[in-house]
Design a protein around this ligand. Structure first.
Ligand code: ADP
Ligand code: ZN
Length: 625
């Protein structure tokens, strides 16, 4: 099957007119070209990398319908809303629809009226659906979230296995698979399972330059969360000012491990006036849907959630993600933090890390029956601990995990590189603690060891005669908090371990001996006590910055208008225009339709639908100024 080759001019015209973009993001162009040349594609691109455009653009240009297999109903709906907002003829077929709606979609499909059709993988197993496909003209097949086909991936979906048949079912159609998460291992597995035919394989950099990474010692989680939200949202977001329809604060997600923690944290934040809502598998479907909708529509600012939340979320204006408990793996962490800043605007990722959390996870892992699973979980946990407790650039560590070398010495957007922490040599103090453990014959827990070092004269110390030890009181000029944290550090660095069982006594590991002998040092990382320095991540779109400070007010006005339009049309605000597009408008104040069209994200259809309204707000604002 050959179609006349599509020119580069047609491609760049479509990019500009339909999507409103001047330039491709990295890798988009080569993927688009390959699909238009009818070649299979396998593309790993980070969240926010612009995967949708890679197939939506060819779908506009090629005759026939592009069928997109997508795992979640919410995701499909969002994609369809987004495509339609740009004037692309898109629809989905799934179980959430009434028979009438489904019939209409099938009619449109038959009539060749659809550029894009989104379906769930389950639909493939249905005979009548496969028959239907033989009677319509398809342009290509897209597999979104392709890692779902791999059992090694973090959200394996058995239904995805049927996609292995695609190549046989559609020998003449290009098949393009996309995912945002794939270690090389997962990548190979996907390629094997799908049996793509000499595909173009694209592996974009996993770096998310607009995300700022920050790891902090967790001690008082509630207070820390409130403080973080205040820095992220500004004081206007709390209290009475926030009770309106338009979100004043910036949107973010707080991840917690248990349902109880989710409920408690959400309630705590609500009581303090934050527009926070809970999300976990224990809520009813209706509650979950309601909370998710409120978040998507910018009516709630903070989603407090278990990891059940996020996969079906395309919301592009999430400005922060906080992990209030330790994530399960680096892959999970990357995926979860990756939900921030899809629009390329700066966003913050904070991990609150406590030694106590490790024990909880360890306890859970130890109770796992399957040995391989247990080993896998333990390996994953160890990597997270090392990510959080070393003094290496966070970005470098994350990229390392995906087998990618970060080429710069300083990323300028993580706590380590920005120097909000100091590396302190604590070898001498570590020796004091370790020698107290040795002299008490590894028979005591952290509390007692700290008491020895601090020279506490309590009954237990005296009963055991530990006040006569050589190390008794050697560390009395330091506070209890310091010593407790040092014990945690020694545990995290694999210098000591806690005994299993009833009495968690502290035991020495081989590293302890080397430290005691002075053969190895112990460097630990301390966060500055000063209030969080305003650290700024780089925007992934430097040209969009303009003069943002001076136009904050205009940005807020445009945001209200966006919310109003979104409500009228029943679509999420970010589908109308992204934060980045609004910021661009606020920075350049376009006064004519032509000028508005030159703003990134404004294509012809959006100009026609919303142009006048936005121009009016800009006019009024500029005339008043
Ligand atoms: P992904 O699916 O890879 O996470 P999306 O397709 O949702 O990413 O795109 C993320 C954001 O980037 C969207 O707001 C989209 O409009 C925007 N975008 C995509 N391609 C471009 C481009 N070439 N120029 C500017 N913005 C783009
Ligand atoms: Zn860094």
């Amino acid at each position: 099957m050959s179609t006349p080759s599509i020119s580069n001019v047609a491609i760049s015209d479509t990019l500009r007119k339909v999507f409103g973009f001047r330039e491709f993001r990295p890798n988009q162009e080569s993927v688009v070209r390959a699909i238009l040349d009818r070649r299979d594609v396998f593309a790993v691109m980070p969240t926010g990398g612009g995967k949708s455009l890679c197939y939506q653009l060819p779908a506009v240009l090629l005759p026939g319908t592009c069928m997109v297999v997508s795992p979640l109903i919410a995701l499909m709906k969002d994609q369809v809303d987004g495509a339609r907002a740009n004037g692309i003829r898109a629809a989905f077929l799934n179980s959430s629809q009434l028979p009438d709606e489904r019939d209409q979609v099938v009619r449109d499909l038959h009539a060749g009226q659809l550029n894009l059709l989104y379906v769930a993988p389950e639909r493939f197993s249905l005979d009548h659906f496969r028959q239907l496909l033989t009677r319509v003209q398809l342009s290509m097949v897209v597999i979104d979230e392709a890692h779902c086909i791999s059992e090694w991936g973090h959200d394996f979906r058995p239904d995805y296995l049927s996609l292995s048949e695609l190549v046989t079912l559609f020998p003449h159609l290009p098949i393009a698979a996309f995912t945002a998460t794939a270690t090389h291992h997962v990548q190979q597995d996907i390629l094997d399972k799908l049996a793509l035919r000499t595909p173009l394989v694209v592996r974009a950099s996993f770096d998310r330059p607009n995300l700022m990474y920050d790891v902090r010692f967790k001690d008082n989680v509630d207070a820390q969360l409130v403080a973080l939200l205040k820095t992220h949202q500004g004081d206007v977001a709390i209290g009475k000012a926030s009770i309106g329809k338009v979100g004043i604060g910036k949107a973010g997600i707080i991840y917690r491990t248990s349902r109880k923690n989710v409920n408690d944290t959400a309630a705590m934040l609500q009581a303090k006036g934050f527009r926070a809502l809970p999300y976990h598998a224990g809520l009813t479907d209706a509650e979950r849907q309601r909370n998710q909708d409120a978040f998507i529509r910018d009516e709630a600012d903070v989603m407090v959630a278990t990891i059940a939340f996020g996969m079906g979320i395309d919301k592009s204006n999430i400005r922060f993600v906080i992990h209030a408990d330790i994530p399960k793996s680096i892959e999970n962490y990357y995926q979860e933090t990756g939900r921030a800043g899809r629009d390329g605007e700066p966003a913050h990722c904070t991990l609150l890390f406590a030694q106590g959390d490790i024990h909880k996870v360890r306890f859970f892992i130890d109770s796992m029956l399957d040995e391989t699973e247990r080993a896998k979980a333990l390996g994953a946990l160890t990597r997270v601990i090392s990510f959080a407790s070393t003094s290496v650039c966070r970005r470098r560590t994350l990229l390392d995990y995906f087998g990618e070398h970060y080429p710069h010495d300083n990323c300028n957007a993580c706590d380590i590189c920005l120097g909000t922490r100091d590396v302190v040599d604590c070898t001498r103090e570590a020796q004091m603690l370790l020698s107290a453990i040795v002299r008490t014959e590894e028979r005591f827990g952290a509390t007692h060891i700290v008491d020895v070092v601090m020279g506490s004269a309590n009954k237990r110390i005296l009963d055991f005669g530990h006040n006569k030890l050589k190390t008794y009181g050697v560390g009395k000029d330091r506070g209890k908090k310091f010593w407790r944290q040092l014990v945690d550090e020694l545990l995290a660095h694999g210098v000591i371990a806690k005994a299993e069982g009833l009495y968690p006594t502290l035991l020495l590991l081989p590293k302890a001996v080397r430290i005691l002998k002075g053969e190895e040092r112990l460097d630990i990382v301390r966060v500055h006590e000063s209030p969080a320095k305003a650290v700024k991540a780089k925007s992934a779109a430097p040209e969009a910055e303009g003069n943002p400070a001076g136009n904050h007010e205009l940005f807020e006005l445009l945001r209200s208008l966006r919310k109003q339009i979104a409500d009228e049309q029943g679509i999420p605000p970010y589908v109308v225009f992204s934060d980045r597009t609004l910021r661009d408008m606020a920075a350049h104040s376009p006064r004519t339709a032509e000028a508005l069209l030159s703003i990134s994200g404004v294509g012809e259809v959006k100009l026609e639908r919303y142009g006048q309204q936005f121009l009016r707000v800009i006019d009024r604002f500029s005339d008043d100024a």
